[in-house]
Write a protein that binds this ligand. Structure first.
Ligand SMILES: C[S@@+](CC[C@H](N)C(=O)[O-])C[C@H]1O[C@@H](n2cnc3c(N)ncnc32)[C@H](O)[C@@H]1O
Length: 264
C-alpha cells in the first residue's frame, strides 16, 4: 500500500512538476479534511446509501454469475462492485466547471449507484451503459426510487448494451470508469473520444477509478491530469490556464465559471 502511494506520488511529481504537484496535493488535502469534518467515512456512507433511498446497489456480482457469459465482451469484463458514493461525490465536487454543459456517462454502470449520485449534480444528462440486462433492470428500479428532490440533472437513464458499441452523446462529457473492462474495450472508447474531440470539438473529463489501464489515455497525448489521488485519476482534454487556474475551452473560447458542483 505505502509502496503504491509513493509510486503514485513520484509519478505525479514527474508529470506535474513542483507547482502542479503542490496544487494537486493542496486540493486533495482540503477535500479529505472537509470530508472528515463532515464525518462521512467511506464505509458509513456506503452502508447508509441504500438504506436512505430504499435502493439495491450494494454487493459484488462476479461476471460468471451474470447473464453475460455468452457475450464476447464478457472476456474483458470486470465484476460488478459498486463505487463508494462519497468517492464519486468528492470527485464531482472538485470539478471547477459549469456541469450544465456536460453529459455524465458511467461506462459499466451496474446497478446504477454512480448514476444516482451524479443525478444530484446539475448535469445536462446522466447516462449509464451496462451490458448485463439483469443489472440494468435493477438500475432502472433504483432510478425510479430516487426521490425527485434529489435529482438536479435534467435527465437520468440506464442503457442496456455493450459499452464498446455505445455511441457517445453529442455533448461535452464527464466520463466515469470504475475499472469496468480491459484494454480492448477501453481502447475503442478512447479512440471514439479522441475522434469526437478532434472532429467535433467535444471536451472530455475522465474520472478513472482504479486506473489500471491509464496508459491507454496517456498515449493519445490528448489528455492532461486534472487531479490524482491514491486510487482515482482525473484527466481532461480541457486546457487549464495557469494564471487564473480556471478551465478554458480552447475550441470555442468558452470560459467556465466558478465551482458549480453541488452534491447532496
Ligand atoms: C466495477 S463495476 C462498476 C459499477 C459502477 N460503475 C459503479 O462504479 O458503481 C464494472 C461494471 O462494468 C460492467 N461491464 C463490464 N464490461 C462491460 C461492457 N463491455 N459494457 C458495459 N458494461 C460492462 C460490469 O457488468 C459491471 O457492472
Amino acid at each position: 500500500m505505502i509502496v503504491r502511494v509513493l509510486a503514485r506520488l513520484r509519478y505525479a511529481w514527474r508529470r506535474q512538476g513542483p507547482l502542479g504537484f503542490t496544487r494537486l496535493a493542496g486540493r486533495n488535502l482540503v477535500h479529505y479534511t472537509v470530508g472528515r469534518r463532515r464525518g462521512l467515512s467511506l464505509s458509513s456512507t456506503e452502508v447508509s446509501f441504500d438504506h436512505e433511498f430504499g435502493t439495491d446497489t450494494a454487493g459484488i456480482r462476479e461476471i460468471g454469475s451474470l447473464d453475460v457469459t455468452d457475450l464476447a465482451a464478457a472476456r474483458h469484463a470486470v465484476r460488478y462492485e459498486p463505487s463508494s458514493p462519497q468517492l464519486v461525490r468528492i470527485a464531482l465536487e472538485k470539478l471547477s466547471i459549469d456541469l450544465a454543459g456536460f453529459t455524465f456517462v458511467d461506462f459499466g454502470s451496474g446497478k446504477g449507484r454512480v448514476l444516482l449520485v451524479a443525478a444530484s449534480f446539475l448535469f445536462k444528462e446522466v447516462i449509464g451503459v451496462e451490458f448485463s440486462r439483469e443489472l440494468h433492470e435493477i438500475a432502472l428500479k433504483n432510478i425510479a426510487r430516487l426521490p425527485s428532490h434529489r435529482v438536479r440533472a435534467r435527465g437520468i437513464q440506464s442503457v442496456h448494451g455493450d459499452a464498446a458499441a455505445f455511441d457517445l452523446p453529442h455533448s461535452d462529457l464527464v466520463c466515469y470508469f470504475y475499472n469496468p473492462f480491459g484494454p480492448p474495450i477501453l481502447t475503442l472508447i478512447t479512440e471514439r473520444m479522441v475522434a469526437d474531440h478532434d472532429q467535433k470539438g467535444h471536451e472530455f473529463i475522465i474520472i478513472y477509478h482504479d486506473p489500471r489501464h491509464r496508459e491507454i489515455f496517456e498515449r493519445t497525448k490528448k489528455f492532461t491530469i486534472l487531479d490524482e489521488t491514491e486510487d482515482t485519476l482525473v484527466l481532461t482534454t480541457l486546457r487549464e490556464s495557469e494564471s487564473t487556474r480556471q478551465i478554458t475551452l480552447p475550441h470555442r473560447s468558452r470560459r467556465c465559471g466558478a465551482q458549480v458542483g453541488a452534491g447532496a
